[in-house]
Ligand binder design. Structure first.
Ligand code: HEM
Ligand code: HEM
Length: 211
């Protein structure tokens, strides 16, 4: 009986030892990777180049798509509206492709050091707002794509197929698109106001972290 238990537990404990060894190798690998990046002149007080590039590509795309989206809502149908709508969808499609890459990069990148003189509460709040921005961006991009019936042309180059035809589901997705666009606009406004406050009032040069 005890022999059996011994036999049963042997592979289990080997697994534990293997897991622990794998974790150590992974940690050592990560530390080496971080050390190599620091040697290459990575500034610990700024986001890395890839994160900064993603940030500004998305910031410009989202600010443009929001302004164009609300302008479209005021325009009556006609060739100008169709052109602007196609341009808007094409630009947003670039963001759909980049979004999973940005999320993956967020998981592997080295976060910059926290801003000095900022309370734990404010840091936690900023972190939550950033996460909420990611979730809302996902909702805006997914609902925008899924609510287009019968596909659309990507910059006049390729025809993109979408899964649904006109109907109740598309109407619901449009409601989700509208709501998530409004939420994203509100969060971005809050985010930009926080940056301005830190830059001009607290004077902690937060903007440099993203430039
Ligand atoms: C002109 C407008 C903008 C300015 C001046 C700006 C500035 C900044 C700065 C300085 C940071 C670093 C904050 C810190 O380290 O605590 C940051 C981070 C961030 N910003 Fe913006 N931002 C702008 C627009 C946007 C827009 C439109 C979005 C939404 C898509 C956005 C999403 C984020 C996110 C998610 C982060 C966290 C870092 C990351 O995960 O990439 N920002 N921004
Ligand atoms: C970058 C993220 C996006 C933003 C910020 C955005 C923003 C907006 C806004 C503000 C509106 C007006 C909503 C209203 O009437 O209240 C709108 C409408 C619309 N959006 Fe988006 N959107 C985005 C992504 C997408 C995507 C990925 C697609 C499809 C591929 C899309 C397709 C549409 C369509 C078809 C409309 C209705 C107006 C039209 O005919 O173009 N959007 N969007």
């Amino acid at each position: 009986m005890s022999v059996n238990r011994g036999l049963q537990s042997a592979p289990h404990s080997r697994n534990n030892a293997d897991d622990a060894q794998a974790a150590i190798i992974q940690n050592v690998g990560l530390e080496e990777h971080n050390a190599r990046r620091l040697k290459r002149g990575h500034d610990p007080d700024r986001y890395d180049g890839v994160a900064r590039l993603f940030h500004w590509v998305f910031a410009s795309g989202i600010i443009y798509a929001s302004i164009a989206g609300y302008a479209l809502a005021q325009l009556s149908s006609g060739p100008e509206r169709d052109f602007l709508s196609r341009l808007n969808m094409s630009i947003a499609t670039v963001l759909i492709v980049l979004f999973p890459l940005r999320v993956c990069w967020k998981f592997v990148r080295i976060e910059p050091r926290a801003l000095p003189d900022v309370s734990e509460v404010q840091l936690a709040l900023a972190h939550r707002v950033h996460i909420l921005i990611y979730i809302t961006m996902f909702a805006v991009l997914a609902s925008g794509f899924l609510m287009v019936p019968n596909g659309y042309s990507f910059f006049g180059l390729v025809e993109i197929h979408t899964p649904f035809v006109k109907g109740a589901l598309i109407d619901k997705l449009f409601v989700i698109h509208r709501a998530s666009c409004a939420l994203l606009a509100g969060l971005v406004l809050l985010h930009v106001l926080a940056v301005v406050k830190h830059q001009l009032i607290a004077r902690n040069d937060v903007l440099r972290r993203m430039l």
